[in-house]
Design a protein around this ligand. Structure first.
Ligand code: NAD
Ligand code: DAU
Length: 349
């Protein structure tokens, strides 16, 4: 049985990847390693927790000796590494945490793989899940390709860029087999409501202001999370070792336009009068170092592996909205406690 370690599997994207692999590959054993930070939630995987090919391990990637012990016990053959601190605003508040988790945590995993695979790299793979933010910002035109120079602007993207470099360096220096994917903004079920779309859904439900940073003329390329999970499956099985693949939604939206669309869909979903939610839009102080625009050229993954997004933004957004409306217990659970003080610090100063 193929023993696969997925890190960060209790988080947003990780939980979709874990579910896909557990259900699609009953002959693989999926080990989900997660330290369960504020962003990790085992409720995300309730439906698969009893499956015979699934094991959850509560552990921290900063703890190298535990990683080594786990490698010895479970003999992981491949790693899909998603565990990270993932929110740009939090990285501005606490860069060092991002260095610890995203850089040192990744190096610990690389070391554990190198040490335990002992130079026998047949059927081994270190798959590093990364972000388009490593490329910095685009102007009004152009797209990020796999050869765009790294130019990160936030502590988060700097930490992810560094981790990408270490993965590549372990490939070059020690021959460790790896692939890296750099993906654009994901949205969908189970995303923690600190990121734009779920934050604003939650605020609309509760009639709270929608804090749009700056003038709202920032552009992101949005991808439905299940399409990202499908791309990861494809790259894991068919991607060329030592390669990077960009993954994107072919779906650029200015924040303000996206927020208006979201407000319209929320009015319909909540049975509110047209235009009610838009009244909540409030322009607030900009994010420091705010990248103007991200957009991905996904032609490499399309041409080599045949991947393109399968869900339109309108469909995906609607599914997402109804998921949050139908899962208000989940939403209430994750927004109680520490979330309240985060929210006050971030938005009420
Ligand atoms: P998330 O914040 O929802 O989840 C991160 C998970 O990692 C959580 O379950 C958390 O508990 C776990 N974790 C954090 N620190 C850990 C540690 N020290 N040890 C073990 N587990 C730890 O993040 P996400 O949005 O699902 O992103 C997952 C990955 O994908 C990240 O590497 C991120 O950089 C990358 N990515 C995210 C997006 C996006 O739009 N969300 C886009 C491209 C790439
Ligand atoms: O591009 C991929 C990246 O996308 C991932 O690597 C990150 O993990 C993920 O968090 C995301 O980063 P962004 O900073 O683009 O996502 P966020 O949802 O935080 O913000 C999206 C846009 O909305 C951005 O331009 C900032 C703006 N924004 C965000 C928040 C939280 C607001 O205007 N108001 C807000 O309150």
């Amino acid at each position: 049985m193929n023993s696969i370690l997925i890190t960060g599997g209790a988080g947003f994207i990780g939980s979709h990847v874990v579910r896909l692999f557990v259900e699609k590959y009953p002959h693989y054993h999926i080990f989900n390693l997660d330290s369960l930070t504020y962003a990790g939630n085992l409720e995300n995987l309730k439906d698969i927790e009893g499956k015979p090919n699934y094991t959850f391990i509560k552990a921290d990637i900063i703890d190298e000796s535990t990683l080594n012990a786990l490698f010895k016990t479970y003999r992981f053959e491949s790693i899909i590494h998603l565990a990270a601190e993932s929110h740009v605003d939090r990285s501005i508040e606490d860069p060092l945490l991002f260095v610890k988790t995203n850089i040192i945590g990744t190096i610990n995993l690389l070391n554990a793989a190198k040490k335990n695979w002992k130079g026998n790299f047949i059927n081994k793979l270190f798959y590093h899940v990364s972000t388009d933010e490593v490329y910095g910002t685009l102007g009004e035109t152009g797209l990020f390709t796999e050869t765009t120079a790294y130019n990160p602007n936030s502590p988060y993207s700097a930490s992810k860029a560094s981790s990408d470099h270490f993965v590549r360096a372990y490939g070059e220096t020690y021959g460790l087999p790896y692939v890296i994917t750099n993906c654009s903004n994901n949205y969908g079920q189970n995303q923690f409501p600190e990121k734009l779309i779920p934050l604003f859904i939650n605020n609309i439900i509760n009639n709270k202001e929608l804090p749009v940073y700056g003038d709202g003329n920032y552009t992101r390329d949005w991808l439905y999370v299940k399409d990202h999970a499908i791309a990861i499956d494809l790259v894991f099985h068919k991607g060329k070792q030592g390669n990077t693949y960009n993954i994107g939604g072919l779906n650029e939206w200015k924040n303000i336009d996206l927020v208006q669309l979201l407000c319209q869909q929320m009015d319909v979903a909540l049975g509110r009068k047209k235009g009610i939610s838009e009244k909540l839009i409030t322009f607030v102080k900009d994010r420091p170092g705010h990248d103007l625009r991200y957009a991905i050229d996904a032609s490499k993954i399309k041409n080599e592996l045949g991947w393109t997004p399968s869900v339109t933004f309108e469909e995906g957004l609607k599914e997402t909205i109804y998921w949050y409306l139908n899962n208000q217990i989940w939403l209430n659970n994750v927004t109680s406690g520490a979330y309240q003080s985060y929210y006050k610090k971030q938005y009420c100063n």
